[in-house]
Design a protein around this ligand. Structure first.
Ligand code: DQA
Length: 146
């Protein structure tokens, strides 16, 4: 089982950025955490982060025919990017949306998720543990398919 874990803008600033919302774990530690969880579950992961919408679109397209699923935290592009939504629809891979914070309890402009419209599940408000949850949910989904 091969999954792409894709992280959007400003997530590279984890540990520095608004720790009261996003916690004190750095992005490097988050990547390590994701790799560790995936290894425990017997999942191969490619973990990527970009601040650029087009790079995220390219990464989603590159997953086509290579990956079995996508776990995505599009960060601020969640709420703005039809291009990311369209890319997820184009490759038609099972996708899970992750947010560290509980966006539902935040500002009005965070209440729309375009990317989420192409995801079969959303995990939010669990901090970095949300990535473990997302990996687990994806694993169950892909196992039930076979
Ligand atoms: C986020 C929530 C988004 O609204 C925000 O723009 C982010 C991070 C989260 O993980 O909680 O950058 O996706």
């Amino acid at each position: 089982m091969k999954l792409l874990v894709l992280n959007g803008p400003n997530l590279n600033m984890l540990g520095i950025r608004e720790p009261e919302i996003y916690g004190s774990v750095t992005y490097a530690q988050l990547e390590q955490f994701i790799r560790g969880c995936a290894e425990q579950m017997g999942i191969q992961v490619q973990v990527k982060q970009s601040n650029h919408e087009g790079v995220l679109v390219d990464a989603i397209q590159a997953a086509y025919g290579v990956m079995d699923g996508i776990i995505i935290n599009p960060a601020a592009y969640t709420h703005t990017s039809i291009a990311i939504l369209d890319a997820l629809k184009a490759v038609s891979l099972p996708a899970v949306e992750v947010h560290l914070s509980n966006v539902r309890e935040r500002e009005g402009f965070r209440q729309v998720s375009y990317a989420g419209m192409a995801c079969f599940h959303t995990v939010m408000g669990e901090g970095i543990e949300g990535y473990r949850t997302a990996l687990q949910i994806m694993k169950e989904k892909l196992q039930n398919k076979n």
